[in-house]
Design a protein around this ligand. Structure first.
Ligand code: SIN
Ligand code: MN
Length: 263
């Protein structure tokens, strides 16, 4: 599945692209069915919320589970990523970000490259963040907020925040966020389960706490060109993988195949 010229222009202008109906309800059900066991595991790759202790993000899923091993090679994710970033991509990070009903906590304003550069020594902001909604995402259950066009301002700095949440993150200060929103405001990424998203390493984004009765789980695959691999191994493998094997897309029905085999 390749992006149209119009989609590529929109991605370059806004810094993100929404891909409606990227995965079917049946495929989302297959992805969701694996989550309870993955979240129950006692592993440092499962980060828990600071206050509730509920899983906030579960990482390294493609090394822990066959369905997610296939998902990181899914052509509906990789074909557009290879189109935008080149065809020699490795898996940088794989996770499901959970925002639990009545307690999922914030992701502060940030751009991913600040963390990838400062913690992992990635030279350039070339990684792509590929999302799949595993629940319906609305204005109520903690959607991602994007600042359109913020990726084009290369002067935006960041500082390490180890206090606000359980997850250390390089964040952008309030005055900078206020300035960046003067052009195009804030857009929230909403849609039914199965919606896809692509955004780049310099796009400023975040998400509010979830005080609704509806959980919000989003799959996130970060891919990075081999030529831009991290140069520091300060963080554990599940936060920035060291395996630089280039990703090769599987068949379009690679998830449905698992379903048939399980029947
Ligand atoms: C979120 O899951 O709300 C934030 C994800 C991200 O920063 O990539
Ligand atoms: Mn992020």
């Amino acid at each position: 599945m390749l992006l149209t010229n119009e989609q590529i222009e929109r991605y370059e202008r806004d810094g993100f692209l929404v891909l409606p109906n990227l995965f079917s309800a049946a495929e989302v059900a297959i992805l969701r069915a694996e989550l309870p066991a993955l979240f129950a595991a006692d592993t440092p790759a499962n980060f828990r919320e600071k206050h509730s202790g509920i899983v906030r993000t579960a990482m390294g899923l493609h090394l822990r589970n066959d369905v997610y091993r296939r998902l990181v090679r899914h052509p509906r994710l990789l074909d557009p990523a290879m189109q935008l970033a080149g065809d020699e991509l490795y898996v940088q990070q794989v996770k499901v970000n959970v925002k639990a009903a009545f307690g999922g906590e914030t992701w502060q304003w940030h751009y991913d490259f600040a963390t990838h550069h400062a913690e992992d020594g990635a030279p350039l902001p070339l990684a792509l963040n590929l999302h799949v909604f595993l629940d319906d995402v609305s204005e109520f259950n903690g959607p991602l907020y994007f600042i359109p066009g913020s990726h084009r301002d290369e002067t935006v700095g960041a500082r390490l925040d180890t206090v606000t949440t359980s997850y250390p993150l390089w964040v952008v200060d309030d005055a900078t966020v206020a300035r960046l929103t003067e052009g195009g405001g804030i857009v929230s990424a909403k849609g039914p389960a199965g919606t896809g998203l692509i955004f780049g390493d310099r796009l400023v984004h975040g998400s509010p706490p979830n005080m609704s009765p509806w959980q919000r789980r989003i799959f996130s695959l970060l891919v990075n060109p081999l030529s831009n691999a991290g140069t520091s191994h300060r963080r554990p493998d599940h936060q920035h993988h060291r395996d630089l094997t280039p990703l090769v897309p599987l068949a379009d029905d690679c998830l449905a195949g698992i379903h048939r085999a399980a029947e």
